[in-house]
Design a protein around this ligand. Structure first.
Ligand code: ASP
Length: 497
């Protein structure tokens, strides 16, 4: 039966494809891609068209609903996807190979993030979008819901979250420093000011991805070392991972609908498009130029240097993930599509993608780092505050830290930006000036964040081919060894009979 089926498959492969078949194949392979691009374009057109009717908040709320459902579908898959993919990724390699792959990935993440930050600083200094006469920054002195700590608190929170004290809670909450307000009296003037003091730890809603990553890597390494007992669990988790990927494929067909409605509702929500554009036009231009240069020169350049492959093919295959990043403004929500595009379209080894992509989506955010550094200097320019080399270095370091600490969710970069501002003494209240346009810029930087991880996976794959081949050989040898051991045991049993 198997032979007949194989024979049929072979003969159908030999038949030349008709024109109709080719067209059908073309559409079936790329249909999702075209639908996603169409969704973004149509969403923008319909959004701008509907603005003239000034829809009620309730209408916008209803229009957002299909988009909200898409986000819920994607988010539903994140927990099983991250945990299963990391465990299968780590257990598919021996500990030496995963160690080497991990250090290559970290080196890539670190160097591209530094390059992005430096580029952001250079561009904002050259273009100088912040004209102090253009706007009165004081108008925007609305106190945002600010993070009250400093860089040390943020770093403590990062490490705290790496080691969650409760794994179940880590699936939906993160730890953060809590503060209490205390009155401080100035002995000389008698003035009373309110200062915030650390007051232990509190929990805020949101998945603690970093904690889950630590746990999965640790458990994966131990499982690899104890393969003789852990093999059934490894097989089970790998099977579950494949099932989740199938589910991703299924849900993906809904993503064009979701993206369309998300973009329409977001465009309708903007308050005053023209005046925001006029005031912030140069800033938006600088950010988008920076992100584009980082994409074209740094990311594409590194990809080409290391792989010697056509980057356009790689980018084209990544388009559904890029469009989803644009629509959702969240690298985590895009994860299912990132995996799909890398494994199914760009044919990267799943042992690499499963290992490096979940980590990259959490800690590697080139777009966010560039944006934070650039924005800090922009605000300094607006307020006519001189930034010396030391300040620039501080901005560079804190922007990298802030991008690592930022969650991969919409506008997370805006929250961690407070760190950068505090480090160089910029007025944190003025971050609210950026609020008006962050929804827009977030989409671009999320695309760059996702592409930074994806190019990274391709480069790590290219550099790890030797280790992967060695793992394959070792496994084949182990399988051979097992078989000959079994054969020997059979022979002995027969002899005894
Ligand atoms: N939205 C970004 C992301 O998910 C994070 C940020 O706000 O910069 O990658």
């Amino acid at each position: 039966m198997g032979e007949i089926a194989d024979g049929e498959a072979a003969s159908s492969q030999q038949q030349p494809k008709t024109m109709g078949r080719k067209v059908l194949d073309f559409f079936m392979n790329d249909l999702l891609l075209y639908l996603t691009i169409l969704a973004v374009l149509l969403g923008a057109i319909v959004g701008f068209f509907l603005r003239q009717y000034e829809p009620e908040p309730y209408t916008i709320y209803v229009l957002k609903f299909p988009g909200e459902i898409m986000l819920r579908m994607l988010k539903m898959l994140i927990l099983p996807l991250i945990t299963c993919s990391l465990i299968t990724g780590v257990t598919a390699l021996d500990s030496e190979a995963s160690g080497k792959m991990g250090s290559k990935a970290l080196l890539y993440y670190f160097s591209t993030t530094i390059l992005a930050t430096i580029l952001g600083i250079i561009l904002v200094v050259i273009i100088h979008p912040g004209d102090p006469k253009a706007i009165s920054a004081d108008e925007y002195n609305v106190k945002p819901n600010a993070f009250k700590g400093d860089t040390v608190d943020a770093m403590f929170d990062l490490v705290r979250n790496m080691f969650p004290d409760n794994l179940v809670q880590a699936c939906f909450q993160q730890a953060r420093t809590s503060f209490k307000a205390v009155e401080k009296v100035d002995n000389e003037t008698g003035n009373v000011t309110i200062v915030y003091q650390q007051d232990g730890v509190e929990y805020a809603n949101g998945m603690n991805v970093l904690g889950l990553i630590t746990f999965c890597i640790c458990i994966g390494v131990v499982m690899t070392k104890m393969k003789h007992v852990s093999q059934p669990i490894i097989t089970l988790i790998a099977a579950f991972n494949d099932i989740i990927m199938k589910l991703v494929l299924f849900f993906m067909w809904y993503s064009p609908v979701g993206i369309f409605f998300l973009i329409v509702s977001n465009i309708l929500k903007i308050k005053d498009l023209a005046s925001t554009g006029k005031v912030m036009g140069m800033f938006i231009f600088t950010v988008i130029t920076g992100l584009s240069i980082h994409f074209v020169i740094t990311l594409v350049g590194l990809y080409f240097v290391f792989t010697r492959k056509n980057p356009l093919v790689f980018i084209r295959n990544m388009l559904p993930a890029m469009m989803t990043a644009f629509g959702t403004a969240s690298s985590t929500a895009t994860l299912p599509l990132t995996f799909y595009c890398l494994e199914e379209k760009n044919k990267l080894d799943s042992r690499v993608t499963r290992f490096v992509i979940p980590i990259g989506a959490t800690v590697n955010m080139d777009g966010t780092a560039l944006y934070e550094a650039l924005t800090a200097i922009f605000i300094a320019q607006l307020n006519d505050i001189e930034m010396n080399l030391g300040n620039m270095l501080t901005i560079c370091i804190t922007s990298i830290a802030a991008s690592v600490g930022a969650a991969s969710i919409p506008s997370a970069g805006l929250v961690t930006m407070i760190l950068v501002f505090t480090a160089v003494g910029l007025p944190t209240e003025q971050i609210s000036l950026i609020y008006t346009i962050d929804w827009f810029l977030d989409r671009f930087r999320t695309m760059i964040n996702v592409m930074g991880d994806s190019f990274g996976a391709a480069i790590v794959y290219e550099l790890s081919k030797a280790e992967l081949a060695k793992t394959d050989e070792d496994e084949a040898a182990a399988a051979d060894g097992n078989q000959s051991k079994l054969a020997l045991e059979d022979e002995r049993a027969e002899e005894q009979v």
